[in-house]
Design a protein around this ligand. Structure first.
Ligand SMILES: [Zn+2]
Length: 301
């Protein structure tokens, strides 16, 4: 049973919005690609674990802290006799393993995921001890991408390759498990300790004036939006939605990027760019927010 679902991190969402509206540096672009690829891999793994039929609790995406050290768990599954935890890697292409090191062919060394895994496992064990839960932990790295190959792969390391994932989960599914109240308390406790914001967030600085204004297509992110009557239509992919929905989506994006900025008709009108009439913007704001103040000092909360 899914107990905690995954959602995009604030960091990834911010980069997603910014990448449309400004030129990211090469470093930020790469970071955005890595985060987004990692997220895709995790979601792909979630779609497999959600099919588990055994009595289990699935907790996706936990950011925890023990003894002032932060660690992340991509996916954690509690069954009655054990805790399974998975570090999901969406690496693609050819890699090789040599003397405890991982390289992308031809010769680019990457952080050894086995070290990361063992660090997280130790920290999780410590946290469980602090919480007075004494369940064995089985930690594994899952290479989810079917285009991943590891040459000279080591035997007897906790690695699940793309060709083994289904078999591994089928086996897990057949392990007899009967959860009790204690397991539920553990899941509850872990979720309550989950931190929403990572201390390692790397975001570029940005300013309202430097961001491109306009409504973007929900489907293909294009700025090429045609307003026709009550509809916003994407010139690139043909996706259509009502002006109200498109404006609300843009307002949410604005609030997300500028949480401290006051929402006024003028600023949202400028932000949406393609909606000629300020009255249309005012109508959406009136419908969805509360106006404070009057006339040109009015803003919405
Ligand atoms: Zn489109």
């Amino acid at each position: 049973m899914l107990y905690k679902s995954r959602s995009k991190s604030k960091e990834l969402r911010t980069l997603e919005f910014l990448s449309k509206r400004m030129n990211l540096s090469e470093k930020d672009k790469q970071h955005y690609l890595n985060l987004s690829k990692g997220y895709e891999g995790e979601v792909a793994f979630d779609s497999l674990t959600e099919k588990l039929q055994c009595d289990c609790l699935i907790l996706n995406d936990l950011l925890l802290k023990v003894s002032n050290t932060t660690f992340q768990i991509d996916s954690l599954i509690i069954v009655s006799g054990k805790i399974y935890f998975f570090d999901v890697k969406n690496h693609e292409g050819d890699y090789y393993y040599d003397s405890d090191k991982f390289f992308k062919i031809p010769q680019f060394e990457i952080v050894n995921p086995l070290y990361q895994l063992s660090r997280s496992e130790t920290l999780l064990r410590q946290l469980l001890l602090n919480l007075k839960f004494n369940l064995p932990i089985e930690a594994s790295i899952v290479f989810i991408n079917t285009s991943f190959t590891l040459y000279q792969s080591p035997l007897n390391k906790p690695i699940i390759y793309p060709t083994q994932i289904n078999r591994y989960l089928n086996k897990l599914n057949t392990i007899p498990s009967k959860l009790n109240e204690k397991h539920k308390i553990l899941a509850e406790k872990l979720v309550s300790l989950h931190m929403d914001e990572s201390p390692f967030t790397q975001l570029p600085s940005y300013h309202y004036d430097q961001l491109r204004k306009g409504i973007t297509c929900f489907h293909c992110h294009s700025f090429s939006i045609l307003v026709k009557g009550r509809k916003c239509i994407c010139r690139d992919c043909g996706f259509a939605e009502t002006v109200d929905v498109a404006v609300m989506r843009s307002i949410r994006e604005f609030i997300f990027l500028f949480p401290d900025q006051k929402i006024t008709t003028n600023i949202i009108h400028e932000w949406c760019h393609v909606i000629d009439s300020k009255q249309k913007i005012r109508n959406v704001l009136d419908k969805n927010f509360t106006m404070v103040g009057e006339n040109r000092w009015a803003f919405y909360i």
